[in-house]
Design a protein around this ligand. Structure first.
Ligand SMILES: Cc1cc2nc3c(=O)[nH]c(=O)nc-3n(C[C@H](O)[C@H](O)[C@H](O)COP(=O)(O)OP(=O)(O)OC[C@H]3O[C@@H](n4cnc5c(N)ncnc54)[C@H](O)[C@@H]3O)c2cc1C
Length: 294
């Protein structure tokens, strides 16, 4: 048997100034020697529903791509990842919204919170976005960034000193922590299956997500890529937050009015089923598909 974690030379990726994402474990951790990646478990599960038909490596990959294209998602739930994540509390608050993960967090009731605060780089203090009410835009000028960072330093130092003092004065740890700001680092174990992780990554690697959470999501994506390369390739090709896009009925009507009757080049794939699916989509748009050039 082959240990899929040996595909990853560095199991920890540093994130922001003091955070990290580490991959601790995977299910399946051991796969047949000739497979080498956990993609194997997706195919294995799918065969329970589709029978023993597909066997070659190419057919296995084609099956994974078919499942991803058609949102047959449960085989992707057969793979699980356990991460250790150290991140600022305001990022943990965004991550915790992903209810399909199992979480166990460092306890600020049981232990003293460490004196570790996130301090962004000076060129990464961003202006409020003018187009997205929730997002940020370009960097602010260096003077304003510097003023903000000095305030941040001052507040972190002062609040942590008051936190320590309160604990020495007998205030419980669970209440003393009310003094601390949300850029304090926390740490947790985070376990999630591949289907729900891909949902998380689609939302949080996206440009609409806050830059700080994207750093963590990108790190997770880089860690899992060598473990499930075929699933990731299919996700990159077919997910509408990645390389693909979904059209509304109004957009379909507009495309038919603008391009109906025209011919389009065929897909760059050898997969006959995928070509046929694409032809039938083209037909819905009133398009015909040209011949593959030899
Ligand atoms: C760019 C961005 C901006 C955001 N802004 C805000 C904001 O301003 N305010 C805010 O409160 N949140 C905000 N969120 C969080 C967002 O609304 C979701 O809570 C978060 O992305 C988790 O998504 P999810 O529920 O699909 O994921 P998960 O909780 O992981 O769930 C995965 C899927 O499981 C299903 N599911 C899970 N639990 C249930 C349930 N109880 N009932 C039915 N189906 C369920 C759903 O299909 C769901 O899509 C934002 C997220 C993003 C990415």
């Amino acid at each position: 048997m082959y240990d899929v974690l040996s595909n990853i030379p560095e199991k920890t990726i540093k994130c922001l100034d003091k955070g990290h994402v580490s991959i601790l474990d995977v299910m399946p951790r051991l796969v047949p020697e000739d497979r080498k990646t956990a993609d194997f478990a997706i195919v294995q599960a799918a065969r329970v529903s589709y029978g023993d038909g597909t066997k070659t490596v190419n057919e296995d990959k084609g099956l994974i791509r078919y499942l991803m294209r058609h949102k047959h998602t449960t085989p992707f739930e057969m793979i699980e990842f356990k991460f250790s994540v150290k991140m600022p509390i305001f990022i943990a608050r965004q991550m915790i919204r992903h209810r399909t993960a199992n979480v166990n967090e460092y306890s600020g009731r049981y232990s003293i919170m460490k004196d570790e605060f996130y301090k962004p780089e000076i060129d990464n203090i961003r202006q409020q976005s003018s187009s997205n009410k929730q997002g940020s835009g370009d960097s602010i000028c260096e003077t304003d960034a510097s003023t903000f960072l000095n305030q941040l330093d001052e507040i972190c130092e002062k609040t942590y000193t008051e936190y320590e003092k309160s604990i020495q004065n007998g205030v419980s740890r669970e209440q003393a922590r009310m003094l601390l700001p949300v850029n304090l680092y926390t740490e947790w174990y985070w376990k999630i299956d591949l289907h729900n992780l891909l949902h998380f990554l689609a939302l949080r690697c996206d440009s609409h997500a806050q830059w700080e959470i994207r750093v963590f999501a990108d790190a997770m994506l880089n860690l899992i890529k060598p473990i499930v390369p075929w699933a990731i390739e299919a996700w990159e090709d077919y997910h509408d937050h990645r390389g693909a896009m979904r059209l509304t009925r109004l957009e379909v009507d507009a495309l038919i009015s603008s391009f109906g009757g025209q011919s389009v080049v065929p897909l760059k794939t050898e997969n006959k089923r995928e070509q046929d699916e694409s032809k039938s989509k083209a037909a819905k748009l009133g398009l015909s598909v040209g011949q593959i050039e030899k």
